[in-house]
Design a protein around this ligand. Structure first.
Ligand SMILES: *Cc1c(COP(=O)(O)O)cnc(C)c1O
Length: 466
């Protein structure tokens, strides 16, 4: 399998290189040159497979001969055996034909575990083969950092440095990162805000000379293709559990960067019958404004009760735009360069073809709290604020009551106790058993000034062979 850039002007790569690359050299994102297609008959034959076995069927064509089948199977077993539920992605019924797929049963309680627990193992495997060592550097305001750390803690060939804004992440989120004790795990609390952290990461990727050519940086944000790939699997899992592929499904996906929902689009392109995808955003609603009015325009960032969806631009949306433009990289480049400074639109027929599949909704904080309360009243089931936005959008945008509507449950409510509290309910979400002692665990992190050189010196002197 070869991978090509959405801006059409970078070399094509194989799976191993795509794993170790963030942005393509032309500024684009990597996508498969062509997608594997599965017949209904083949998908039907997967009924009853375990999650790891299904993951193998769906992902193996992407990995291809980069990893021998038995090794890849073993990796998938190990990854999904760590989840605290035997079904890995269990479905919970909310109403006669309405469901939540719980994607928060992994070690760090958010759906990012599905991809990042696998990514750590993929990286280590490829690096062992190449006798190479890399440094992961990332900034986090929450879920990505803890999932990436947990996914890489056992890697021999990876050191991970995660920057978070000092005293500006929730205690649960901080502890999920800082209580992972390992020689290759380095938490840096920066005396600044999230944007300061992100700026330092960006600058370091742009000029890696502080590593003296002895190692290279690798990105673990959702521009990494392997993350998207791992998220395709659970769309198949949900469909098979509810009578697919012999009936079609609708999904509602809480999203910011368009990563998770793009995986659903790919599942459909690969042959899974999906009749509707609902884009559920918070007040940072660039995707909703595009889908409802064909206008893609950056606006000021707003801080909301669903912080993991607080974005201004939606990086993975570029991957959909590439397909909407008949895979014309030059057209995508032109559009996104203009989008840096102005509002842009696409041709009406292209936009209409997207609207055949996608609907969207933007949900504010007050409504988020309302829906948390409503679903608790109806079902005694507690939603986290991100999932609540998904449920609300699903109910608003539903086209056909006979089609199962599945909202992706992206986080456990105990990760966001403030939102639950603000929704005015007297219940407090408990951490699951495997994290019950989180507040007693030893923490380890280093506080540094908001200063690029201090951070880079720290990394240069703390990665493994330094
Ligand atoms: C990351 C995250 C999202 C958004 O995911 P996208 O990749 O932007 O689609 C939604 N909910 C939670 C809880 C998250 O951690």
């Amino acid at each position: 399998m070869r991978y090509i850039s959405t801006r059409g002007d970078a070399p094509s790569l194989g799976f191993e290189d795509v794993l170790l690359t963030g942005l393509a050299t032309d500024g684009g994102l990597y996508v498969p040159e062509s997608l594997p297609k599965f017949s209904l008959e083949e998908i039907r034959s997967w009924r009853g497979l375990s999650y790891a076995e299904l993951a193998f069927k769906v992902m193996h064509p992407f990995v291809d001969d980069a990893i021998p089948a038995d090794d890849f199977r073993a990796m998938l077993d190990e990854t999904y055996n760590q989840f605290a539920h035997k079904a890995v992605a269990p479905l919970v019924q909310l109403d006669s034909n309405e469901w939540v797929m719980e994607l928060f049963r992994g070690p760090t309680l958010a759906f990012k575990d599905f991809a990042l627990q696998l990514l750590g193992r993929l990286l280590d495997y490829v690096l062992e083969k190449r006798k190479q060592h890399v440094v992961i550097m990332g900034a986090t305001s929450g879920d990505t950092g803890s999932a990436a750390i947990e996914g890489c803690r056992h890697c021999e060939h990876v050191d991970i440095f995660i920057l978070h804004p000092h005293e500006r992440v929730s205690e649960v989120q901080r502890r999920q990162m800082t209580t992972v004790i390992g020689d290759n795990v380095h938490n840096i609390a920066v005396k600044g805000n999230f944007d300061d952290c992100q700026r330092m990461v960006k600058a370091s990727f742009g000029d890696q000379s502080f590593l003296k050519g002895e190692t290279q940086l690798v990105a673990v944000n959702s521009i990494n293709w392997a993350r998207i790939m791992a998220q395709i699997v659970y769309y198949f899992q949900a469909s098979l559990a509810l009578g697919g592929p012999d009936r079609s499904m609708a999904f509602s996906v809480p999203t910011g960067n368009f990563g998770d929902i793009f995986a659903g689009y790919l599942a459909r392109e690969m042959g899974l019958p999906i009749s509707q995808l609902v884009i559920a955003t918070n007040r940072n609603d660039i995707l909703h404004r595009f889908m409802s009015g064909n206008r893609y325009e950056k606006q000021q960032l707003e801080h909301t009760l669903s912080p993991s969806m607080d974005i201004m631009v939606s990086s993975n949306f570029e991957r959909l735009l590439f397909d909407l433009h008949g895979r014309d990289g030059a057209a995508v480049r032109d559009l996104l360069e203009r989008a840096q400074t102005e509002a842009v639109s696409i041709e009406d027929y292209r936009w209409k073809s997207a609207r055949k599949l996608f609907d969207s909704d933007a949900v504010d904080d007050a409504t988020t709290c309302e829906i948390i309360r409503e679903v608790f009243d109806q079902n005694e089931y507690l939603l986290d604020p991100h999932t609540a936005i998904g449920v609300r959008a699903a109910r608003n945008c539903r086209r056909d009551d006979s089609v199962p509507m599945i909202t992706l449950g992206t986080a456990h409510p105990a990760k966001f106790p403030d939102a639950v509290k603000q929704s005015g309910m007297g219940v407090k979400p408990e951490l699951p058993h495997h994290l019950a002692d989180l507040f007693e665990r030893e923490e380890r992190y280093t506080v540094l000034d908001d200063d690029l050189k201090s951070v880079q010196d720290f990394i240069a002197s703390h990665w493994k062979s330094a």
